[in-house]
Structure formats: C-alpha cells, structure tokens
Design a protein. Sequence first.
Lengths: 544, 339
Amino acid sequence: MTMKKPFAITLDPGSSLANKTGAWRTERPVYVDRLPPCNAQCPAGEDIQGWLFHAESGDYEAAWRHLVRDNPFPAIMGRVCYHSCEGVCNRAKLDAAVGINSVERFLGDEALALGWQFEAPQAETGKHVLVVGAGPSGLSAAYHLRRLGHRVTVIEAGEAPGGMMRFGIPKYRLPRDVLDGEVARIAAMGVTFRYGEKVSDILAAMRDEGADAAYLAIGAHIAKRAFIPAKDSSHILDAVAVLRSMEGEAPAMLGRRVVVYGGGNTAIDVARTARRLGATEAIIVYRRTRERMPAHDFELEEALEEGVKVKWLSTITGAEGGKLTIEKMVLDADGKPQPTGEFETLDADSLVLAVGQDVDTSLLAAVPGLVGADGMVAVDLVTQMTAHPGLFAGGDMAPGERNVTVAVGHGKRAARNIDAWLHGKVLAPKAQKPIAEFDRLNPWYYSDAPKTLRPQLDMARRTSSFDEVQGGLTEDTALFEARRCLSCGNCFECDNCYGVCPDNAVIKLGPGKRFEINLDYCKGCGICAAECPCGAIDMVLEAD
Amino acid sequence: MTQPIKFYQTGTFTVGNRLLPEDKRTVQSSTARDNSLNSGHRACQGCGEALGARYAVDAAMRATAGQLIAANATGCLEVFSTPYPETSWQLPWIHSLFGNAAAVGSGIAAALKVKAAKAGLPEAVTRVIAQGGDGGTTDIGFGCLSGMFERNDDVLYICYDNEGYMNTGVQRSSATPPAARTATTQPLGPEPGAEFGKGKNVPLIAVAHEIPYVATATVADLHDLEAKVEKAMSLRGARYLHVFVPCPLGWGAASCDTIRLARLARETGLFPVFEAEDGEITAVTKIRRPVPVDEYLRLQKRYAHLFGAKGHPETIARIQAMADKNIKRFGLLDAEGAA
C-alpha cells in the first residue's frame, strides 16, 4: 500500500506484528498435565479432580457419570471409604483438605434420589465371565466387565449382595437402602446375580457355566482365633459372627459389659455396635498404644465420643466365667509389645475377638499352587491374574490393604485385564504422570474457604440407635466444597496465562480447549508459568 | 450449616473464571479484547509497563466502545511500541514530546469539544487518555499535568510507574524509592542508593487538586485496575490513574516475577492502592496477606546492597517504617488483620 506521504516521511506505517519477538526467547512455556495427589492416592483409581470439575459448575450428573467410570459406588464410598485422598490433598497446606468424600457422597445420594442409571454397553463381546463373590470387589469387577460388553454371572454364597459391606460394616455407617440401591443399578445393566450358591471347585464351576474367564473375590471371613485359656462358662465370640448376626433376625447376645480384643477397625465396629445393643460398657483391649493402632483415628475418635473405652498396652491371658485376666505390656525398642508380669482382672459378660480374618481357599483346592504361604491367593499385582490363565482374584482374598476401596480398585483392575486377556492382548501400563506438588502451585489466586464439616448425628441418638452417624452435605455446601478444589497440576481455564502475557502471545482456544502459546511473539518471560495457579505450565529451555 | 454461596474457587483473583457470570469477568479474559498494544512490541521480557498499558487501554476502549484517542509521553512505552515506521498501537495515538503528554491530551479534548459543539452535541463522544511513565509524569511533564488538573480538562491521565528512567539506562526519577540503586544513585557511602526524604507522591498531589477522580492500581490486581478505568471513563473532567508496573531490567528482577513484585508492593504496604473523588479518599484496597518488606526487596538487585554479609538492616527497618506509615495512614489492614 502506498499513499501520499507528508513532508519528510518516506515509509508507510506498519504494524509491529512484523517484528517476531519470539526470536528473543531462550525458554518456552509448555502446558503440562500432572497427576493430582488425590487421584494418585485413590485405591479405586478415581479421577477425583475430573469429577470435581463438573461438580464445581453444579453439573452433578456429569460429575457422577465421570466418577462412575472408575467406581460404581459413590454413595457407599461417601460413607465407608477411608478417603486417604484427603490425607494428601494440597489444600490442607492452605486451610483444610477438600471434603472429597462428602462431595462424593452427595453425588451418590443425588444419583439414588434422582434415579440416574448406568448406560448399557454399546456392543456385546459374546464372552462370558464368572464372578465369584458379590462383595465390593466382585461387584466392581462385574460392573466394569459389563460396561466392556461381556456377559457376567455373579455367584454369591450369601443370601444378599454386598459381602463385608452388608455383613461386616454396621448400619450406622452404611444404611442398607444405599447399598441395595447401588447394587440394583449394576443388576439393571444386565448382570446376572445368583445367591445362596457356594462354589466349591472354581474350574468345575467355570466349565459348568461356560465361562471364558473368572474373577474370584470371596473375601476373608474366617475369624482368626487367639488362644485364650478359658473355662466353658466364658462367653467368647468372634467379631465376624457378631457383625454378621446384626443382619439377621437375632443379634448376638453380648450383655452389659463387653470386652473387644483387637486394635483394627473391626474391633471398633464391634465396640460401637455393642454400645448400640445396650451395653453400658464396651472396652477395647489392645496390646499396643494408640499411635500404633491400625484402626483409623477418626473412627476411634467417634467411638470414644460414644463412650467406648480402650485399655492400651494390655493382652488377655485367660478367661474364667465373667472374669478376664489382663496382663500389662510394654513396648520394646522395636515397638513390639512385651509382657510385664503385671496382671489384673476385668469383668466381662462377653469377650469378642477381633484379631483378623483368614481366607477360605477351599474352592481352589483343585488348582494347585495358587495359594501363598500367607493363606492368600497369589496374584500378579499388575493384572490381578493368578498363575492359572484366565483366573483372576482380588479383594480381601488377595494381597493388599483390606478395605472396601482397595477391593473396588482390584475389581476394576481385574476387569480391564480380563477384557484384555479375552481379546488376546496385554494391557499396556499407563505412563504415570509426575505428581502435582504443592510447591508448583501459586496459591494466591485461590479464595479463602475452610472445610465444610458434615453434620454429625447428635450423641444421644448415636449410642441408642443404628441411624447413620455422618450426615450428608446440602446442595449449597456440596457446591462450596467442590469449589475448594485447587485443580492441582491441570489447567482449569482460569485465563491467567492469557491475561498476564505482556506480549499477547497466549491464544485462548475457547471453553474446554484450553490455550496455546504463539511462539512467534512469546519472549519467554515466564510470567504465565509463575502466575498459573495450578502449576500447569513448565518453562523449558529452547534447543540451541 | 448454610454457607453463603458466594465462592467461586478462585473468585475474582484470577483473570477469568468459568464459574463467574460473563459480566463479572475481566476484559482481559475475553477473546474480544482489543489488544490495544499489540504483539511485536520491543518491551523487555516480562515488562510490567507493556502489561499495564494493555490492561488500562483495553479497559478504556471497552468503556468508550472504541471511541478513544491516546497521547503518549516519551519513554519506554513510546519507544518500545512505536519505532518508525511500525507501531503496536491499535487506536489513534499521538506522541509529541517528553513533557507535554498532558498538554497534548488537553488540546485533543479541546478540539473534540469544539467538534461536538459544531455537531450540536452536548459533549464529545470520543474520549481522550494521556499516558506516560513516571519520568514523563512526575518530573518532566509535571507542569503540564498540574495544568491539566487545574483546568479540569476532560482527560484521563495514566501514569505507568516503574520508579525510574528505564529507557535511558535506569536513572533516578522523583518516583524512585529510597535506597534503590540506579545509575545516578549508586550504592555507596553511609546511605547507599536513593536518599530518604526525597521524591514526590503524585497520586496525593493529584488528590490535592481536587479533581473528580484519582486512583492507584497495580498490574497484580486486574479486576481492580479495570474497574478503576471503567469508573474513570464514566466521569468527565480531569482524572488520574497511577499504575504500579515493575521493571525487570531496571530493578534487577527475574522477568517472571513482575506480577509477584506488584503484588508484594501492595501486600507490604509500600504501594497503597486507593481511590479518591473530589479531593477525598473514598476507598482503599486492604492487604490480604501481610508480608514484611524484605520479601519484596530481596527479589530485586537494586536493593542487593541491603542484604548479604554487610547488609543494612537499619535501612530495611526504615523502609519497613515507610510501609507501616502507609498502612496506618490509609488503613490498609483490617482490625483483625492488624492484630
């Protein structure tokens, strides 16, 4: 373009866009995605940050659908999961961890209230998978296998689904209508359930059912016995039997003074159950100290609030009639309890042993070499497959921490590997992204907001009824809680990079599409990376 | 347990926020922003002034629906944006001399007033801003600026304060803070760097002119800056906006720390952010996370002589005292925050 120029002007006006300042750059910003600590921690492999993202905008159904890609039990998880995710939440370093568990429960309850259902699989594979055991792990595997298009038959020895969720976890922690609601949704996908059938030989069962693969998840429900010299008159029960009896017509008779022996979550469940059955005293006897107790501290805290007492550093050495002999212990240098020779007696109408559970491996008798020395089924920890091709196992019967969430995670992992195996493939391990650490965040940008505590059932009703102890969040508080998520390590489109670039070198691609760097003009100053709230931009040296 | 549901994850701290209604988001978060100062300008990496100018002028462009003319003083902003024959400005833009941006603005406003009168309009539709750095505003252009205020000409004057003459090689201006090293205030002698007790506070001088609107802002608080520009453009008469813009080159700071420094300047109390109308201070931005001045000073090599083996803790204490005086004078801390 030429135009008539004023006196002494020889050049046409031009835009600075001709000046590609990107040539100055020695470092370039690169958008990265990191693994949020909550997601990395979740034993069920949930994309917690992913579903919170939808919940933040109030789209609870999208949040729920995103959640159930990994775990079909949000309402159950929201009650019984030990939410180790919250233990690693970066927000705890600002004020308090995001109440992930309570939002999960809110989503689960919304789904049950509004009747959201799982989608049926898009195509049938024609393969049939047998699942033995309708506990959390078996149900999780059945759900994921069905989603992948396989025909699934679940055989359960008990008369109802749920496994330890029904026969181990007391109602005050998990109301049964919640359990039934979430299991019914899996049945509605077309999974066949058969109850009251015990599989005695897994290979025979697979043959009879015409199954192409099987997933074993029968749990660990044989109570371990502690040897306590006792006269016949002593009333000694095991924790599994006590908790199981709560599901039947006749709850166990425990009396007014109940002693529970053990230090795990089961011991606490029994003690709290005893209180609700009318025991005036429920005393846990445990060999070590509170710091060394395997039970979760919040459960112990709730039990103490309900009047449960604990005798620390004590073992039971004998029982006679209504009297227990207790020996005081001390911890040695290795933290192991050692006897002191000091004794006392404790009155007890009943003694409940909660000292662990073993696996009933009789259904594997015909397949030699599958049971390890520890009495558990040996599995490949990546695929959950046993040494017998096509036979997978998980949950409490396989190695790993024993809780509902871990069991659900085993089920998912097994389902995905069974699917791969049925297609003659091996699942390629997913490349693990580095963790989104707190140090990478710029917490200035997050609004201050402490955690919304869930209402707790007032104390009077807690010890006299089996009503649920933990209340849920309301819609308002759930939304508030979800919005406390920092989105660690993954862009949430706050527009900071787009706004703070002095060179307009960040291109905004629109909702859901994030941003791009215009390398023609980016000078590599690094402000975008420094001011990214969630640490989703790295500065990377330019090659020479 | 009902929470007032007014929590948006990052609230209004970030540039944008998908959870906020559209009208609560910033101009800068919009893909429709004018980019009044376009890419390809020759400002240093991490230039606070380039950022501040785009923030302010884009906001003024939106407030006037694009009916805007800018007069520009000599300085970095002029030199890096418009080396003949190229320019980064995407609005009518006039540069005359170092010291006369306010006067040029006054002249444009007068011309527009005449044009409006001839067209039978009550007032000019096209609005005027004049802008410059602290040198062109607090020193060289000060007479013209005071005249523009005193005549209450219909101009918004925006000063981008980077506390020195950066374009010519980092010399002291009357906005350079005490103890800072510049080419003309070397870190030598008993009182190294710029002397205490000198310089001037032009925002307060502007308030003393009792003009319709005076405000300070930083590049670290975009929502606040944009709101102030919008407010200024809603008024007629002489208005003054003083924007704190860190200079990585002149301050010896990392280019990525520009916004962080602006944030710290406000959070330490060294740069009070306030608004005044007709000679009265009407609002201050409270400190959200109080920090001692060290945190701000340490990031800048112009204060390096205050730290290290010998150091000047007594000088740091004097700077802290300046910050404390601001906090008290402007009431920058809430009662509970002060405790």
